[in-house]
Design a protein around this ligand. Structure first.
Ligand SMILES: Cc1cc2nc3c(=O)[nH]c(=O)nc-3n(C[C@H](O)[C@H](O)[C@H](O)COP(=O)(O)O)c2cc1C
Length: 245
């Protein structure tokens, strides 16, 4: 049989063969899981970032940006004076550095029907008026509170709310969106964080914790898949490879 190999260096197949010959069946099975984990991590680093300047067509499903079944983080910001956008950009940069796929969009441009296709949603939104959403987030806010809003049982989310404690309705828009996504069945990655005017440190803490939580859920999914594969391949061998991911 003529099997075409991936583009390894010329000597690599021979080298792999020599190593493989010295390994037991169990060790080979472990190695396949290990390679799979490495491959997933490398592919994650290749996932695409969509900046506000190159945003997706209105109804394009986010999953198109993922390869190998890996989720992409969809970040939506609702802003009036630009603070939420700045924090969203910082979150996107950090997520990209860590190898996540990222979709970053202004709520004003986001077709909310796409919500039901999202698996990971991060909302960064301020409050204006007397506890109202910024104008750019009004349609999104209305949609998720309307009877047209979909069930979001497969969605994980978190909200960063920007506001000002001197107002009566502190961070109300973020709080409303947070509660409503939960009502629609979505699961929180980490609790909402409400930020006062000096929001940098709180935003930083939220970014760190939400990305960590998202990475953990991805690892959980990978481990489930690997365990399923190894158990199916040989039910007698139940290898734990969690530590290598
Ligand atoms: C006219 C006006 C009304 C505001 N109303 C509220 C409010 O009701 N509740 C609140 O928590 N913050 C309120 N804020 C504070 C903003 O939410 C805060 O400055 C935030 O950082 C702005 O973020 P953005 O630039 O993303 O819009 C208000 C700010 C302005 C200028």
């Amino acid at each position: 049989m003529n099997v075409s190999l991936p583009p390894f260096a010329e000597t690599a197949p021979e080298l792999f063969k020599q190593i493989a010959e010295q390994l037991s069946a169990e060790q080979l099975l472990w190695l396949s899981g290990y390679s799979y984990g490495l491959s997933v991590a490398k592919q994650a680093a290749l996932l695409q970032v969509v900046s506000p300047q190159t945003s997706l067509p209105q109804n394009a499903p986010t999953q198109e940006l993922s390869t190998n079944g890996l989720p992409t983080l969809t970040m939506l910001y609702g802003t009036h004076t630009g603070n939420s956008k700045r924090v969203a950009l910082r979150t996107a940069e950090r997520a990209q550095e860590q190898g996540f796929g990222v979709v970053l969009e202004d709520m004003r441009d986001y077709a909310p029907k796409r919500l039901k296709q999202e698996r990971y949603v991060l909302l960064i939104v301020s409050t204006h008026g007397e506890g109202e959403p910024p104008m750019a987030a009004e349609d999104f806010y209305k949609y998720i509170h309307s009877p047209r809003a979909p069930k979001l049982v497969d969605t994980r989310f978190s909200v960063l709310a920007l506001g000002d404690k001197s107002y009566l309705h502190f961070c109300k828009t973020g709080a409303d969106m947070d509660a409503q996504l939960e009502n629609l069945g979505a699961m929180r990655l980490v609790p909402r964080v409400d930020c006062d005017v000096d929001f940098d440190d709180d935003a930083e803490r939220w970014i760190t914790s939400v990305l960590k939580a998202a990475a953990n859920t991805i690892n959980e999914n990978i481990n489930k898949t690997i365990n399923k594969t190894t158990n199916t391949a040989n039910p007698a061998i139940n290898l734990s490879i969690t530590h290598i991911l």
